[in-house]
Design a protein. Structure first.
Length: 219
């Protein structure tokens, strides 16, 4: 079973088939795993998103790759798919199925992540049995068209000051250049789509994120 712990510095890669441009998503995922990502979330969204059996097969391929590297495989939104293929965890937002119900459905051993934008939502996530919260958008992002107004670094700081033991993953517009501020705000991890999925050298980009941690920790 995948470890449920989310330690600093987690490099949490999120990807779907629409995020990798002309490159094959499984190749990009493999390179990201080689580079040392700590978590992977399959987030299959958009006009040409895979569905049905095609999605299931793609999810299984991602899962197999993640397993080979000992990296937890987490599915975005789709609780049914996560159950069906026995994913390591699920990530849900405020507009998705209710967190407490999802925890009940998946049992205590699976990783449950919940998106939050305030201390209030973080409190609810904790009550529902979340293992970590995704806090964002930290910076403006173009990947998610329905993204809310940036919660910013202040959002991470306030959640960490109220719940020091709750793992917080910053998401939204994070790059190796600005990541040190996310670490300095107290986040356990950075979640990244574009900056890794569209990098020319994916493994190297992941390493740049890992290196950004030491800088942040010194602050
Ligand atoms: N945080 C994270 C994580 N993953 C996510 N997918 C989100 C936040 C956003 O439901 P949500 O979740 O608000 O939107 P969407 O389903 O479009 O992603 F912390 F895991 F990095
Ligand atoms: Mg969602």
């Amino acid at each position: 079973m995948a470890l449920k712990f989310i330690n600093k510095p987690s490099i949490y890669f999120i990807m779907g088939t629409e995020n990798t441009g002309t490159r094959h998503p499984l190749t990009v995922l493999k390179e990201a795993l080689e580079g040392g990502i700590s978590h992977f979330q399959l987030r299959e969204k958009g006009q040409f998103a895979l569905t049905g059996d095609e999605l299931k097969q793609f999810a299984k391929d991602c899962q197999q790759l993640c397993r080979a590297y000992g990296v937890p495989f987490i599915i975005n939104d789709d609780v049914e798919l996560a159950e069906e293929i026995n994913a390591d965890g699920i990530h849900i937002g405020q507009e998705d199925e209710e967190a407490a119900a999802v925890r009940k459905r998946l049992g205590p051993d699976k990783i449950l992540g919940v998106s939050v934008h305030s201390v209030q939502e973080a409190a609810e996530a904790v009550g529902a049995g979340a293992d970590y919260v995704g806090m964002g958008p930290v910076f403006p992002t173009y990947t998610k068209s329905d993204a809310k107004k940036p919660a910013g670094l202040v959002g991470i700081l306030s959640v960490k000051s109220t719940y020091p033991n709750l793992p917080v993953i910053g998401i939204g517009g994070i790059t190796p250049e600005n990541a040190e501020n996310v670490w300095a705000a107290g986040a356990e991890g950075v979640a990244v789509i574009s900056s890794i999925a569209q990098a020319e050298d994916v493994a190297h980009q992941v390493k740049l994120f890992s290196h950004s941690y030491k800088k942040g920790a010194l602050k």
